[in-house]
Design a protein around this ligand. Sequence first.
Ligand code: GLU
Length: 304
Amino acid sequence: MDYQKIINKIHQSINPFLGIGKPANYIAPLSNVDPKKFGISLMTCKGEVFKIGDSEEKFSIQSISKVFALTIALRKYGSKIWTRVGREPSGSSFNSLIQLEYENGIPRNPFINAGAIVISDILLDSMKKPKQEFLDFLRNICDNPNIDYNYEIAQAEKETGFRNIAMANFMKSYNNIHNDIDEVLDFYFHQCSIMMSCKDLCRAFLYLSNYGIDPINKNIIITKRQAKKINSLMLTCGLYNEVGNFAYRVGLPGKSGVGGGIIAVLPNELVISVWSPLLNANGNSFAGIKALDLFTTMTGKSIF
Ligand code: GLU
């Protein structure tokens, strides 16, 4: 299949959609990103790379970092984490507080904010230098020593993250946060601020397209069963409360972030990542979803 030709065509067709949507302006630095940015990167399990547009420009990966946090937590603790966080779609927005009270402070899944805050708390228990260890893990899996936090974004999130602060306190009242709340949130906000390009994301996610093993250097990142579980969670919980629409239109496990990035995995074949900063009402990249819809429509490739 000529992936370069396909993504070139997607790039052309997506142009009229690039002004639609709004940036995540509740995080101040994200509202200054050029709204017309658009990039796609695709990497196969054989290591072939295809790219178009702004695919090598770094952006704030935001909630996509939740997949890396879950991966590290599963490596360290295995299925023990599931007493603290659920595995069901939330059917509400990424920063919703409503379910937490009904469900005794146990977040629905690790890919909404409350769930990722609990995962951050779990990780703090076993990490001496959490921010450094998180970065080391990422630099290693994406083979890029230049991956880093964006401290301005992390600080902006701290200053305006009232809902996240509320959630952490609320979950602490149910004893589902064990460490100091400021430390947990500091770690969580830094994870969201990580800057990566579409190309970096593809490289980093390759293990999920290859049963937990990095197909390039053969490093075992997680077990085959854990890779299945993470992909399943991305399929059912990876796009906030638009996960049904994404599965319907795209048919791949994916994870989005309010920085406008989306990553999608086709097990045993490839990963594809798209970036366009303007978001739809669900907080997902408007043009990003359109581009991935075009990709699976044009190639006929999906998990179904
Ligand atoms: N840092 C963002 C927040 O906590 C993450 C949102 C997202 O990408 O879903 O609100």
